[in-house]
Design a protein around this ligand. Structure first.
Ligand code: C2E
Ligand code: MG
Ligand code: MG
Ligand code: MG
Length: 286
């Protein structure tokens, strides 16, 4: 719309602005209600080492079972969550449900490696994260070594303000495995890999997806894997969807992959079945 479409434009514009903030307020209200009604649930996606064919981790991903809209993905509500105090509320729910799942797999003798939870920037700076971790670990009797915290590297940009780093250090020193998620996007800096208290990298799926068409992406993945190995840092390559990608990655060495080719994010019962059935046969599948 041009600047000169007059009254009509103004009405349209202002009501549109209005509706954005209205929608956010409404969504925030709905989110709090959803928490009270226990409408959040987790799906789980395995990460598999290509050499050993072992499950090295299972990532917990949040979903919202909305009464009218059905299953809602985090992309639709996380931006609002991040702007409000709800990040620590949702974060605590996710920790509790994720550790409960891990505990039940552990009790069933299923080898899930580590349970991986996504930790949002707002949750990290809430000042509640570390205590929530400890409480949930105690409640479910889960050792820190069985847990991964996935953090976006962008959270370290303004650390002097937020204290993200000290919270992360606390987790790391307690023995929780810390991984940089979506590595290579945004403000990726290689110094992060040596300076931050981290145990692993998750190479962003955009690299995996462009790898076959763009040699430079493949070279980059290859070099990241070498760098990580030299530094004794673990690697998970995200978004592996095709056998071609898998075969190409497997030639690069000893690390893990995650993606629709291995398994889609699965509900708890399906993830449990996957681990007790499919995981046993991965050697024959790939
Ligand atoms: P992420 O942590 O990088 O998670 C991976 C996302 O990629 C998931 O989307 C997953 O479903 C999707 N994915 C996995 N394999 C493939 C594949 O082969 N191809 C493609 N195209 N996609 C694949 P999802 O579940 O929609 O989550 C999106 C993002 O939302 C996550 O990205 C994470 O940043 C955030 N998120 C998810 N769950 C949580 C949570 O419990 N807490 C927080 N703070 N953030 C979460
Ligand atoms: Mg993640
Ligand atoms: Mg990721
Ligand atoms: Mg992502």
């Amino acid at each position: 719309r041009s600047k000169h479409s007059g009254k009509d434009r103004f009405t349209f514009y202002s009501s549109d602005l209005q509706s954005v903030s209205d929608k956010e307020t409404e969504l925030e209200r709905e989110l709090h209600m959803a928490a009270q009604r226990d409408e959040f649930f987790l799906v789980f996606q395995p990460q598999v080492n290509m050499r050993t064919h072992k499950v090295v981790g299972v990532e917990a991903l949040v979903r919202w079972q909305h009464p009218e809209r059905g299953v809602v993905s985090p992309g639709e509500f996380l931006p609002v969550v991040e702007k409000t105090g709800f990040a620590a509320v949702l974060g605590e729910i996710v920790l509790d449900k994720a550790f409960a799942a891990a505990k039940s797999w552990q009790d069933a003798g299923l080898d899930f490696g580590r349970i991986s939870v996504n930790v949002s920037p707002a949750h990290l700076s809430s000042g509640m994260l570390f205590e929530q971790f400890k409480t949930a670990m105690e409640r479910h009797d889960l050792a820190p070594e069985r847990i991964t915290a996935e953090v976006l590297e962008s959270v370290f940009l303004d650390d002097h303000k937020s204290g993200h780093l000290s919270t992360l250090k606390d987790l790391y020193e307690m023995g929780v495995h810390v991984e940089l998620d979506d590595f290579g996007t945004g403000y990726a800096s290689l110094t992060h890999v040596v300076d931050l208290p981290i145990n692993g990298l998750k190479i962003d799926r955009s690299f995996t997806q462009q790898m076959l068409e763009d040699d430079r992406k493949e070279i980059l993945i290859n070099q990241l894997i070498h760098l990580a190995r030299s530094l004794n840092i673990s690697v998970v390559c995200e978004g592996v969807e095709t056998e071609e990608q898998y075969d190409r990655l497997r030639m690069m060495g000893d690390f893990a992959v995650q993606g629709f080719l291995i398994a889609r994010p699965l509900r708890f019962e399906d993830a449990t079945n996957w681990m007790s059935e499919t995981a046993e046969d991965l050697y024959f599948v790939f």
